[in-house]
Each structure stands twice: as C-alpha cells, then as structure tokens.
Design a protein around this ligand. Structure first.
Ligand SMILES: [Zn+2]
Length: 93
C-alpha cells in the first residue's frame, strides 16, 4: 500500500476522541458496519492526512469513522460503525 507510511493506529486519535466523547475510547469495542468485525478502537487503521481523520476497519478496510474539524465545529461520520461499546465507569472521571 502506497500510503502505508501514513497509517497509524487508533491510539493516534485517542486525544481527539476524549475531546468528542469525554472519555478514553481507545479500549472501547467497535463493530464494523460493513463486515461485522469487532475490535478495539486502538486497533483501527488511522489516516490523519486524509481530509480530516479517517479510521478504517483492520479486517475489511472500510471507513468506520470520519472526523473533520474546523475552527468552530467538528463533523463526525460514524456511519461505518454499527455499534461502539463504552464502559460506564470510564465516563465518571
Ligand atoms: Zn470491516
């Protein structure tokens, strides 16, 4: 893959996800809407140099999250994620 040198994992967007969700999401389990694979957010393939941030399923390569930020707002597309599981105690910091 030509862009392999730009590929990171889900830990690269850990800080961004804390801003958006108010908790550490890297250990959360997400299910890919395309192939049904389940895995930790930390294990997604992340590309930060796409327009915005793109997180892809490590199993099928489909986009599971797309995050685009401007000065005044954040646009979050989770249509590629069927479900995401967030531990309750992680919300109570
Ligand atoms: Zn998938």
């Amino acid at each position: 893959m030509k862009t392999a040198d730009m590929k990171l994992d889900g830990n690269a967007i850990g800080g961004l996800l804390i801003e958006l969700f108010g908790t550490d999401m890297t250990a959360s389990m997400g299910v890919c809407a395309t192939c049904g694979a389940e895995g930790q957010v930390a294990r997604l393939d992340v590309y930060v140099h796409a327009p915005g941030v793109v997180a892809r399923c490590r199993t099928c390569g489909s986009v599971m999250m797309r995050i685009v930020r401007s000065e005044t707002r954040t646009w979050l597309d989770m249509s590629g994620t069927r479900t995401i599981e967030i531990a309750v105690d992680s919300l109570l910091e």
